[in-house]
Design a protein around this ligand. Structure first.
Ligand SMILES: [Zn+2]
Length: 261
């Protein structure tokens, strides 16, 4: 037996870690492959034998959005992890029973599934996602899109998209009267001269939101107030930033638009 950094390694074949359940797929007779975002190993997959059986020892612990502590096992570095034991740290009860929150939660985890590399430890992102899920679970559903927009801003920033909001991203000049534009070819913010015919004007409220979201923690989502037209503007700019950064947007946004027209 060997105790590693932070006392986390019990044995080289065993790993104890906190994790967020992203999703799971069925395999074989009552088993599951669970996609996890862990605090110590980044994004990984693990098999859970018997997880779909009615009397499974895992119960609902391996449902999406659950924050758990796991004991994982694998024979060697090449083989897939097996879940030996799971303890719930936080069960998102309200997210699982409220459809609009469920859609928001899906939009929180999808960028991690889609755009984050496997096995890359990222504690900042881990805490952003786990905090966002916990805050969403307690939030009034009407504020869900504000939380998502704060999350998206921070997610993009962790992935390297964190422009100085006071200057044009293309030419570097200081924005006059905070007037800025955004498009998916160049990102945000663009000045009056660098904007193109396809650029969207960023309204005062949306501009203030991005500035504010950069420096406030996700717990502050409940304090956000904005006009519907500003929220539409904010979501449009975030869409530009995903397209600019990843050339793609999360699929769950389609349901989001149906749920929050
Ligand atoms: Zn410019």
């Amino acid at each position: 037996m060997r105790v590693g950094v932070g006392g986390k390694t019990v044995h080289s074949r065993f790993v104890k870690t906190d994790a967020i359940v992203l999703n799971s797929t069925q395999f074989g007779e009552g088993h599951k492959i669970v996609k996890l975002f862990t605090d110590s190993r980044g994004k990984i997959e693990a098999s859970a034998f018997g997880a779909r059986k009615t009397k499974s020892r895992f119960g609902s612990k391996l449902e999406p959005f659950t924050i758990i502590n796991l004991l994982l096992y694998r024979k060697n570095e090449e083989s897939i992890f097996t879940i030996r034991d799971a303890d719930v740290r936080y069960q998102c009860v309200s997210i699982r029973s409220d459809f609009s929150k469920y859609i928001i939660a899906s939009s929180l985890i999808e960028p991690v599934i889609k755009f984050v590399e496997r096995s890359q430890t990222d504690l900042k992102l881990y805490h952003l996602l786990s905090d966002s899920l916990k805050v969403l679970d307690r939030l009034v559903p009407e504020k869900g899109e504000y939380l998502l927009s704060m999350y998206d801003t921070k997610f993009l920033s962790i992935q390297g998209y964190s422009p100085d909001i006071n200057t044009c991203i293309k030419c570097g000049s200081v924005l006059v009267d905070r007037k800025s534009y955004s498009d998916y070819n160049n990102g945000f913010p663009l000045c009056n001269i660098c904007k193109t015919n396809s650029s969207t004007f960023v309204n005062e409220g949306a501009y203030r939101f991005f500035k504010w979201a950069k420096v406030h923690t996700i717990e502050n989502a409940k304090k956000v107030k904005m006009k519907d037209s500003t929220l539409v503007n904010v979501r449009e700019i975030i869409e530009h930033l995903y397209l600019f950064t990843f050339h793609s947007t999360p699929k769950s946004w389609k349901q989001l638009k149906e749920c929050f027209p």
